[in-house]
Ligand binder design. Structure first.
Ligand code: URA
Length: 242
C-alpha cells in the first residue's frame, strides 16, 4: 500500500542517514498541499528554517510567497515547497555529495506522492540537481524543460535576488517573468487537450443481386479511433528520478 505524505514526513523526522542529523534542530521535510500542481524545490534549510521546521520562512521565503501571490495568484498553502536537502548544513555550506545521495530518496517519495505537474527549481543547486545539468541558472532560466511527464521551470534563488538588491536588482524582471511562466504553464494545464473527433463514414450502399435479394455486405475495416493524449503524468512513478 502507498504511504501518505504525512507518514513519510513522520519517518523522515528522525532520519539518521547522514552527518547533518547531528547538527540539526529538526528535519525540514516540506510544507503545503499534498495534491499540489506545482512544487518548489530549493537547496537546503537555512538558520530560520532549521529553527521553525518549515522551508523558506526567512526573507527569501517571504519573497517567494509574495511572487506566488502577486504573480501566480496562489497562496503558500496551495503549492508544495521543499528542498533537496532536508537538514541544514552547518553554516549554510554547500551540500556534499554523500548528503545529497542519502537525502534523495525523500525527494523521490515527495515527487511520487504529490505528482506535481510543474516543478520550479529555485537557484543553481536545485536546477543542476533536478535536470542533471552543468549549465548555470542564468542559462537555464526563462524556459521550460520536460521531465518524467512533468514540466520543470528553473528560476533564480530568491536569496540571490535579495543579495543583488531585491526589486532594484538587474535580475528581478527575469525572476518575475519566470513566475509568469509558471502561471501560464499552470493555466495551460487547466484546459484539457482539444478532443479529436473522427467524422462518421456514410453507410455503404446496400448491394443488390440480380434476383433483387440483398446480399451480405462486404466487410468494412473500421479505422482505429484516434487516441486523445492523456493530460495526466504517468501515475505512481517510482523511478530513478535523479
Ligand atoms: N534557502 C533554501 O534553499 N531553502 C530554504 O528553505 C531556505 C533558504
Amino acid at each position: 500500500m502507498t504511504r501518505t505524505l504525512a507518514a513519510v514526513a513522520a519517518e523522515a523526522a528522525d532520519c539518521p542517514r547522514c552527518r547533518l542529523a547531528e547538527g540539526r534542530t529538526q528535519v525540514v521535510f516540506g510544507v503545503g498541499n499534498a495534491d499540489a500542481d506545482v512544487m518548489f524545490i530549493g537547496e537546503a534549510p537555512g538558520f530560520h528554517e532549521d529553527k521553525q521546521g518549515e522551508p523558506f520562512v526567512g526573507a527569501a521565503g517571504q519573497l517567494l510567497t509574495r511572487m506566488l501571490s502577486e504573480v501566480v495568484g496562489l497562496a503558500r498553502e496551495d503549492v508544495y515547497i521543499c528542498n533537496v536537502l532536508k537538514c541544514r548544513p552547518p553554516g549554510n555550506r554547500d551540500p556534499q555529495d554523500d548528503e545529497i545521495e542519502a537525502c534523495t530518496p525523500w525527494l523521490v517519495e515527495q515527487v511520487s506522492l504529490i505528482q506535481p505537474r510543474v516543478i520550479a527549481t529555485l537557484g543553481n543547486f536545485a536546477t543542476k540537481f533536478v535536470l542533471q545539468t552543468a549549465q548555470g541558472i542564468t542559462r537555464m532560466r526563462g524556459s521550460t524543460y520536460p521531465w518524467h511527464g512533468r514540466t520543470v521551470i528553473p528560476t533564480f534563488h530568491p536569496a540571490a535576488i535579495l543579495r543583488g538588491g531585491g526589486e532594484t536588482s538587474r535580475q528581478f524582471g527575469e525572476f518575475r517573468a519566470d513566475f509568469e511562466l509558471i502561471r501560464d504553464t499552470l493555466r495551460g494545464l487547466e484546459s484539457p487537450p482539444e478532443r479529436i473527433t473522427v467524422p462518421e463514414a456514410p453507410p455503404p450502399p446496400e448491394p443488390v443481386t440480380a434476383s433483387g435479394a440483398v446480399s451480405s455486405p462486404p466487410s468494412v475495416t473500421v479505422p482505429e479511433p484516434i487516441g486523445v493524449p492523456d493530460a495526466e503524468p504517468a501515475p505512481e512513478e517510482q523511478l530513478e528520478l535523479f
